[in-house]
Design a protein around this ligand. Structure first.
Ligand code: SF4
Length: 149
C-alpha cells in the first residue's frame, strides 16, 4: 500500500487531533475529485508497518486518532494498519468514497465517512451532502458536528 502524504489534521474527526494518511490507488474517479493525484496506485511511497509504527510513536501523546483517506481497496493491509493503530492506543477513522465497507474493516474503526464527493451536494459541512460521518459504536450519523449554526 502506498501513501501520498501524511499530515496532522484537526477538523476531519471532530474533537480529535488526527494523523491523516492519504492512500494511493483510489479507483472511484469522482467527478470534480479534489485529489486526483491519489488515483495512481504507484504514487507516493510504500507505507510499511515499520514506517507507520515509527510515525505513530513519534506523535504519541500529541495526536489521538489515525485517519485513512482511502485504502479500503487493499483491505487486508488496511486492517493490519488499523489494528496496529489501535494497539498503539489511537482511535481510528476511515474516509471512503464508498457507501459501505466490510464488517472486518468496520470492526477496526471508531468512525467512518462514507459517500462519493459530489460538488453539487457538498461535503460534510453541507446540509444536503450525500456523505455521512458515522460513529460506529452507536451506528449514528454525526454530520451535525460539521455543520455550523
Ligand atoms: S473518493 Fe476521494 S480521492 Fe477518490 S476519486 Fe473520489 S474524491 Fe477523489
Amino acid at each position: 500500500m502506498n501513501y501520498y502524504d501524511f499530515q496532522v489534521v484537526f477538523q476531519e474527526v471532530p474533537g480529535e487531533i488526527s494523523l491523516c494518511f492519504s492512500i494511493c490507488g483510489c479507483p472511484l474517479r469522482c467527478e470534480g475529485c479534489h485529489s486526483p493525484f491519489l488515483w495512481k496506485e504507484q504514487s507516493g511511497s510504500v507505507l510499511t508497518a515499520k514506517t507507520f509504527v515509527s510515525i505513530l510513536q513519534q506523535y504519541k501523546n500529541l495526536a489521538s486518532c489515525v485517519l485513512f483517506m482511502g485504502g479500503e481497496w487493499q483491505e487486508e493491509q488496511l486492517i493490519n494498519l488499523l489494528t496496529i493503530a489501535k494497539s498503539e492506543h489511537y482511535k481510528t477513522c476511515l474516509y471512503t468514497g464508498l457507501e459501505q465497507v466490510s464488517e472486518s474493516v468496520l470492526n477496526e474503526l471508531d468512525w467512518i465517512k462514507t459517500g462519493k464527493w459530489n460538488p453539487l451536494l457538498g461535503g460534510l459541512s453541507s446540509e444536503i451532502s450525500n456523505q455521512k460521518f458515522i460513529e460506529i459504536k452507536t451506528n449514528t450519523i454525526k454530520n451535525n458536528l460539521f455543520i455550523k449554526n
